[in-house]
Design a binder for this molecule. Structure first.
Ligand code: FEO
Ligand code: CA
Ligand code: CA
Ligand code: CA
Length: 603
């Protein structure tokens, strides 16, 4: 639709300067307050946060996790068709952890401890990952508070029971001792960005999950090789000193006689988009395998259209990886929509052509072009993998990256978040950076060798139809230092200056009026200084710096209430003792940004 028009995308605030301060900086007339930091009591016995790091693993399972990332606000009355801006479910990801801050005296390393890690440290680390569902409400004084005792408050962690759904459910490469029929797994990890579905659930992305597993096998399956599952794990959870199965599973070595005797396949149960229904606290999270298995940064839905296929987009944030699109097989109807729509459909990968056109390449054995490409690749080496075919569509999906290589997709400069313009339907994606792209690897969509500062690409699907198989693309803006130009038809349509220099765009979100919010996760040295969030007018390409985070952080998720008057901005891996200078350790937190006159944020 034509939406609300350009006037609502204007930027009315005075831009803020770059900053090295250890606080959140917002424009004149705005206020920023930290909220729900790591360790906030959330469920069960509501264990108080202990500033000395002595909370136990059991405490952490009942507290808000660490490293806040993607976030969404669900109005509390959404299921009844309401649009509350004063009460809702704030649902957020906890991407990873700061081990030094998490434990009283830092982590106990296996190398210093007889080759094992204390089981309760492992329990606490796993519990600090995952997702929090936080029931929040604005008091009569306008302050937001957690609703203590609410049945909606929930922690999903790296150990929560989950179902495998879609074509990969029951596939032999997911058989484990825990689930010999390959229908279940435990946990979600490294949850970066997210996407709210049109039916009021939350999809959380599994991004750098490969680092959590270790294998002693010298010969590793292609499912591990293509992602970098190797001989060491990030936190050594598989070395927990109590030998519990829930921790041993991070050792994905071949240990038993068959896959049902060990956890050789455990890492194949990760790399998906995971659906959580925040309004049904007892619901089991569902791994939606139709959307592919890769380093999912997040997911963004095109506006759902009654009677039409449902469409969503997802980027794979690694150097030279791809952008994907899923188109459901069944039509969307609001009255009956649900997660089942994500279980049947076609996964496509993007090819950006040199002339500004693009094509969606189906990753389906039923697609003639893909089937021919698979046949042609048989017996060849694809990347560093000797390719010997796919046994089924489930095999294609478990090996999504390999399938995309074979299809001939365009390797991108690390696709992070996507966003769909509510006024035009254009799709935007951040390409955060790629220092390893060489001169002979540049192409029109990734035109910078050693791209250290990134850019934002956008496209319009042919005919304005999100299920189309082709599109037209352009580059919305190149990030960089003062004077960096984005040129269209020989004219600089953006020239960055001190009000808007930025690097490494990551988080991206269109608010409900159509302003585009750009968050950074890049170099925090001069001239950029601390990571930041900018607002862009997609009509004029005006960009202004709105927010600067505290020291050492990346600025991650962003969302507002439906009235756009309360904004929630996540701060991940801050330094020092932000946000509470009376405490000794940093705490990832949400920042609530409001206008002092109660107006629309950004207007
Ligand atoms: Fe977790 Fe790609 O940022
Ligand atoms: Ca992050
Ligand atoms: Ca990110
Ligand atoms: Ca990033």
């Amino acid at each position: 639709g034509s939406g609300t028009g350009a006037s609502n995308t204007e930027l009315g605030f005075k831009p803020v300067a770059v900053s090295t301060e250890n606080r959140a900086v917002v424009p004149e007339g705005y206020t920023a307050k930290s909220f729900v930091p790591w360790g906030t009591p959330l469920t069960g016995s509501y264990p108080e946060y202990r500033a000395d790091g002595t909370n136990t693993g059991a405490d952490q399972e009942q507290q808000v996790g660490m490293h806040h990332d993607g976030v969404h606000f669900f109005p509390i009355d959404q299921k009844a068709g309401g649009n509350s801006s004063t009460e809702g479910l704030l649902v957020m990801n906890h991407e990873y952890i700061n081990q030094g801050a998490l434990h009283a005296d830092g982590p106990t390393r296996a190398a210093d401890n007889g080759g094992v890690r204390p089981a309760d440290e492992v329990r606490k680390e796993i519990a600090a990952h995952g997702v929090s569902v936080i029931h929040i409400k604005q008091g009569t004084d306008g302050e937001w508070e957690v609703v203590h005792g609410s049945p909606f408050n929930r922690r999903v962690t790296g150990n929560t029971a989950m179902d495998i759904r879609g074509p990969v459910r029951g596939f032999e490469k997911l058989i484990t001792k825990h689930s010999p029929d390959a229908t279940e797994t435990r946990g979600t990890l490294n949850n970066c960005a997210m996407g709210p579905t049109p039916w009021g659930t939350y999809l959380t992305a599994e991004e750098n999950w490969h680092g959590y597993f270790a294998t002693a096998d010298e010969t590793r399956p292609r499912e591990y090789v293509r992602h970098g599952v190797d001989s060491t794990s990030r936190y050594d959870w598989e070395l927990a000193d109590n030998g519990a199965d829930e921790y041993l599973r991070f050792n994905v070595s071949t240990l038993g006689a068959t896959a049902a005797d060990d956890y050789r396949n455990e890492a194949n149960t990760y790399g998906y988009m995971v659906e959580i229904d925040p309004f049904t606290p007892e619901s089991k999270p569902q791994k939606r395998t139709s959307l592919g298995r890769f380093g999912h940064e997040g997911v963004i839905f095109a506006p759902a259209v009654e009677g039409q296929p449902l469409v969503c987009y997802s980027g794979d944030d690694s150097r030279f990886e791809y952008i994907y699109k899923f188109v459901s097989a069944q039509p969307y109807y609001a009255a009956t929509a649900g997660g089942y729509l994500l279980d049947t459909g076609t996964l496509y990968v993007a090819r950006f052509n040199e002339d500004g056109s693009g094509d969606w390449l189906a990753l389906s054995l039923e697609d003639a072009d893909f089937a021919a490409a698979v046949t042609a690749a048989q017996g060849t080496t694809v990347g560093n993998i000797a390719f010997d075919g796919f046994s089924s569509q489930a095999d294609v999906l478990v090996n999504t990256r390999l399938a995309a290589d074979i299809a001939g997709a365009t390797p991108m400069d690390r696709p992070e978040w996507g966003a769909v313009d509510p006024n035009t339907g254009e799709v935007y994606f951040t390409l955060t950076n790629n220092s390893q792209r060489t001169e002979d690897q540049v192409d029109a969509a990734n035109p910078i060798a050693e791209n250290r500062t990134g850019h934002i690409i956008r496209w319009m699907e042919d005919g304005g139809d999100h299920s189309a198989d082709s599109f037209m693309w352009d580059i919305f803006v190149f990030a960089g230092e003062q004077g960096t130009e984005t040129v269209v038809d020989g004219e600089a349509v953006v020239t960055l200056d001190d009000t808007n220099i930025f690097n490494s765009p990551d988080g991206l979100w269109f608010d409900y009026n159509g302003r585009l919010w750009i968050q950074t996760d890049g170099s925090d040295a001069a001239p950029y200084q601390n990571n930041m969030m900018l607002a862009a007018n997609p009509v004029t390409r005006e960009i202004k710096r709105f927010f600067v985070g505290p020291q050492g952080c990346e600025v991650t998720g962003v969302v507002t209430t439906p009235d756009t008057r309360t904004m929630f901005v996540n701060i991940q891996h801050p330094d020092g003792n932000w946000p509470n200078s009376a405490e000794s350790r940093p705490r990832d937190a949400t920042v609530i940004v409001t206008r002092d006159d109660g107006g629309v944020v950004g207007a």
